[in-house]
Design a binder for this molecule. Structure first.
Ligand SMILES: Cc1ncc(C[n+]2csc(CCOP(=O)(O)OP(=O)(O)O)c2C)c(N)n1
Length: 722
């Protein structure tokens, strides 16, 4: 990076320093960072502590500046600046392994490990990922996006190093107090001491478990879960440890005589920490902490001590206390700590989010559930650390006692809801489609098999945009569609969503699912024009939806039938691709006067509307299903039904499925992802055109064949004999 740019950066920054005066950014030139990146991350080791501190200011600025341009996860990254520097200073990556849990806090790590110049492409199409990703850099030893995997992965690497007799064994998992609420983290810790493999767990405690934390929905202002309470007690019951205290403690790993000598000091240090750090110690970890995460003077010698003195057979947990959003006042002051932000103005902290005129489907769900819960005290709601993203924050403000935030624990959320259903409650579990993948067995074993009426609300079902491949909700139609005793719905729009929430409410004899993408409603005008749906005179959604007949789809547009229409097509959509289907149908009919297109909305993935499907197949030359889901979902279910009932045997209907293709679709704007997936209006048009030509050709051949039937039948028979 050339120096002139850095100078300019100084000028950009000046107004901000006047307004909120952040002394942490006294050094506005990224001199050291530039120097370091011209060399190699290993050269960091030649820096002295003063330079490391200066570097942390530069890295903080660089992270802030990069995210302000493209949006992304900010607060978590700002909270681990010093930790990132300390880890790279003490350990030798890539040989040593740092596994960042979730990976959303790894931006400073990316900047330090050769990706500074690409930070402007963060989360963009063909850019670098917003999470760690193996294919992106050898310094990203493990990819992430979903939480609570880091300890297992680091432990596996450690065991691998042992088996292969590798001399250095520094495998480090950096995990937040949110991610550590996930069950996998405990499964890994339980296993760590047992297999005698050293793994270094850095517990980054910033008091934010859910997104955002402190909603009344979680019953108060604190982070969700008892574990957070426990680690907070560890923090408040003692002062921060400095490296001398901790060095004394770690000395207990020395030979026996020194060990005995130091034992008392060690006990003292650790009991000061907590009344023991006992939970982690009971799991067989050596507990170190709490330590101020922003104090490099301590952090560096402590990590050095752990590296050099903890035996290779002992897992260790370093408990650090950090401030999410550290060093950027607007982030520190915000309730969500700027966890995830859109582009923003650094000088004011004001985000440039595009505001939709119509409510998001998330809001429509929340409002619908609130209306229902107002009349039925048995309705309750469960979120796995995502009250904001699922709309349950709103529900929680209205019904705090009936809202449960269980932490990042999707499996528990589902079985917990199953337990509530046993007691006769009507639980709604709202989980993003991608995170529901965690709880498939709980849905099968605890819910469906017992026909318990748990209502599963899957937000972000489909392509999600800048979070990319780890977060797409592509598979739920496939993984739930194959289960017996399950009712699965996908609304095409906000009115349908409201109706489906109402439908789920009425289903008391088995589980039900409502899945919808990250999208906004269409609003009164579009609904009427495109789907023929009328809203009340005020243009707003009614207070309550109407329960739909189970397993029944609807026709949105009937294709015209007369002698001039030579080719007939049926588009059968499930979910929000319906509007693109209608637009595509209109475009085709305008372009080809001899083609008629019927558009239907299946509404239900399960049970299938077999009557509707059969009639569409029977009455059309071409039938195309469209869904925002992977193969194995709706289209396959329709095919399965039609082929097994012999309805495609005579070859008179050309059947095609349009699904999210069998590839990982990387981060980028949602609209581009629909293009990559081939699920936009233009792709539906193209798919119809392809088949129109073939059907026309076939029909012409047939007509020609009719005039020379004798000849062709002879040819056919001889072919058969061959
Ligand atoms: C399985 C799973 N569920 C939910 C999420 C959504 N999520 C991303 S980060 C986050 C909070 C993580 O908190 P923490 O680990 O403390 O990290 P922090 O952001 O506070 O640094 C959540 C709930 C996820 N990534 N993975």
């Amino acid at each position: 990076m050339d120096h002139t740019k850095d100078q300019n950066r100084h000028h950009c920054w000046t107004p901000y320093t006047h307004q909120v005066s952040i002394h942490a950014f006294a050094s506005l030139f990224t001199r050291l960072l530039t120097h370091l990146l011209l060399l190699h991350i290993a050269d960091l080791k030649r820096f002295d502590i003063k330079q490391l501190k200066e570097l942390s200011n530069e890295l903080r600025w660089e992270t802030l500046h990069a995210v302000s341009k493209v949006g992304g996860h900010l607060g978590s990254s700002l909270g681990v600046i010093e930790l990132t520097i300390a880890l790279h200073y003490i350990f030798n990556c890539p040989e040593d392994k740092i596994v960042w849990d979730v990976g959303h806090q790894a931006y400073p790590h990316k900047i330090l490990t050769g990706r500074r110049s690409r930070m402007n492409t963060l989360r963009q199409l063909h850019g670098i990922s917003g999470f760690t990703k193996r294919s992106e850099s050898e310094y990203d030893c493990f990819g992430a996006g979903h939480s609570s995997t880091s300890i297992s992965a680091a432990l596996g690497m450690s065991a691998g190093k042992n088996l292969l007799d590798k001399k250095r064994n520094n495998c480090i998992a950096v995990i937040g107090d949110g991610a550590i609420t996930g069950g996998m983290a405990y499964e890994a810790m339980n296993n760590a001491a047992y297999i005698n493999s050293r793994v270094i767990v850095v517990l980054n405690d910033n008091g934010q478990v859910s997104l955002p934390t402190g909603q009344p929905s979680v019953g108060g202002v604190g982070p969700a879960g008892a574990l957070s309470g426990y680690t907070s007690r560890l923090l408040t019951s003692s002062t921060f440890k400095n490296f001398r205290d901790i060095a004394k403690g770690i000395n207990s790993f020395m030979p026996d005589d020194i060990k005995n000598l130091n034992k008392k000091v060690d006990e003292y240090v650790r009991s000061m920490a907590s009344g023991g750090g006992t939970l982690f110690e009971e799991l067989g970890f050596y507990y170190v902490g709490p330590v101020d995460a922003h104090d490099l003077d301590n952090l560096i010698p402590i990590l050095e001590n752990i590296r050099d003195n903890v035996p290779v057979t002992k897992p260790v947990l370093l408990h650090i206390k950090s401030t999410k959003g550290k060093g950027y006042p607007p982030a520190e002051a915000a309730s969500d700590k700027y966890h995830g932000v859109s582009k923003f103005d650094v000088s004011t902290g004001v985000q440039k989010a595009s505001v939709s005129k119509t409510p998001s489907l998330t809001t429509v769900f929340a409002n619908s559930l609130i209306s229902i819960a107002e009349t039925d005290r048995n309705v309750c709601a469960i979120t796995a650390a995502m009250p904001g993203g699922t709309g349950l924050d709103k529900f929680g403000r209205r019904f705090p006692k009936r809202t449960y935030d269980v932490g990042i624990a999707e499996q528990h959320a589902v079985t917990f809801a199953a337990g509530m259903a046993v007691e006769g409650l009507k639980p709604f579990v709202a989980i993003y489609s991608t995170f529901m993948q965690r709880a498939i067995d709980q849905v099968i074993h605890d819910v469906a098999l017992q026909q318990l009426p748990v209502r599963m609300i899957l937000d972000r079902a489909g392509l999600v945009g800048n979070d990319g491949a780890t977060h797409h909700g592509s598979y739920d139609l496939a993984y739930f569609g194959c289960l017996p005793d399950m009712i699965i719905m996908a609304p095409s729009d906000e009115v349908e969503l409201q109706n489906m929430v109402e439908t789920a409410y009425t289903i008391d004899h088995m589980p039900s699912v409502v899945r919808y993408p990250r999208a906004s409603g269409y609003g009164a005008e579009k609904l009427k024009d495109l789907l023929g749906t009328e809203l009340p005179a005020n243009g707003e959604l009614p207070a309550r939806g109407k329960a739909l007949p189970i397993g029944k789809g609807r026709i949105i547009k009937n294709g015209e039938r007369n002698h001039s229409k030579k080719v007939s097509i049926a588009l059968l959509s499930i979910g929000t691709r319906l509007v693109d289907s209608v637009l595509a149908a209109r475009a085709i009919e305008a372009k080809y006067p001899d083609v008629s297109v019927t558009v239907a909305d299946a509404r239900f993935m399960k049970p299938l509307d077999e009557e509707l499907i059969s009639s569409l197949a029977k009455n059309n030359d071409i039938m195309i299903t469209i869904e925002e889901g992977s193969k194995g979902g709706f289209g396959d279910a329709v095919l399965h039904y039609l082929t097994n009932s012999g309805q495609l045997d005579d070859g008179s209907t050309r059947m095609r499925t349009m699904v999210i293709p069998d590839i990982w679709i990387e981060a980028g704007p949602q609209k581009d992802q629909y293009d990559i997936a081939g699920l936009n209006e233009s792709h539906i048009v193209a798919k119809m055109e392809e088949n129109i030509l073939l059907v026309r050709g076939k029909k012409i051949n047939k007509m020609n064949a009719g005039t020379s039937s004798v000849v062709s039948s002879v040819v056919d028979e001889s072919n058969l004999r061959v």
